[in-house]
Design a binder for this molecule. Structure first.
Ligand code: IMP
Ligand code: MG
Length: 200
């Protein structure tokens, strides 16, 4: 069991599984028939997934444009409070474009619903959603991802871009901090941030 920052982590999805799944997702995206595709990576949590997915898209013969949208959901510890804000916008006009939003996790759906509505309100022709992980049963509103890497257990995960207070993003696997329920992780976060924080 990897030990990082003095904590034991169990591996949920290892690098080989993730890489294999990324190729399958890319094939799915290719089959879905997006035209003149613009990939929008939602920062910060999706940066590693998006980097791997766009190279998988290249491997299956696609040539997307790539943009970045930095969003923040206000969270208290590990719980979402519902507010979403744009921290840094994309530069590209999405009018009549096919857009694929790429994010790390679909949980309450608030982040992706916000991003999807933003793209549609700007006249995007089609907005697809690709996520590495989905946590089933947690949606606060109806939202369907089109391309899902893995259906994740309802635990707070880290690694492969995902963080607790910006730590653990560098891990090449997706893991869970053992010996802690999400509440205990929240306590750790509150020590670092003293209260509510923005999470991406
Ligand atoms: P949603 O708006 O509730 O769907 O929240 C999704 C965002 O919350 C994700 O993009 C992540 O940045 C963050 N998030 C949700 N669950 C986790 C987790 O288990 N680990 C790390 N980040 C998470
Ligand atoms: Mg995120």
């Amino acid at each position: 069991m990897p030990r990082i920052r003095g904590r034991n982590l169990s591996v949920l999805y290892d690098p080989a599984e993730i890489a294999a799944r990324n190729i399958e997702l890319a094939e799915e995206v290719a089959t879905a028939g997006y035209v003149d595709l613009l990939v929008v990576s939602i920062l910060k949590g999706s940066f590693i997934f998006a980097a791997d997915l766009i190279r998988a898209l290249h491997a299956v013969g696609l040539a997307p444009e790539v943009e970045f949208l930095s969003l923040s959901s206000y969270r208290s510890g590990t719980r979402s409070t519902g507010e979403v804000a744009v921290l840094r916008d994309i530069d590209t006009d999405v009018t009549d474009r096919d857009v694929l939003l790429v994010d790390d996790i679909l949980e309450s759906g608030r982040t992706l619903a916000f991003a999807r509505n933003l793209m549609l309100s700007r006249g995007a022709h089609r907005v697809g959603i690709a996520v590495l992980l989905e946590k089933p049963g947690k949606l606060a509103q109806p939202l369907q991802a089109d391309h899902i890497g893995f259906s994740s257990p309802d635990r707070f995960v880290v690694g492969y871009g995902m963080d607790v207070a910006h730590a653990f993003r560098e891990l090449p696997f997706v893991g869970v901090i053992e010996g802690d329920g999400p509440e205990d992780v929240a306590i750790d976060v509150s020590i670092v941030t003293e209260g509510s924080q923005k999470q991406d």
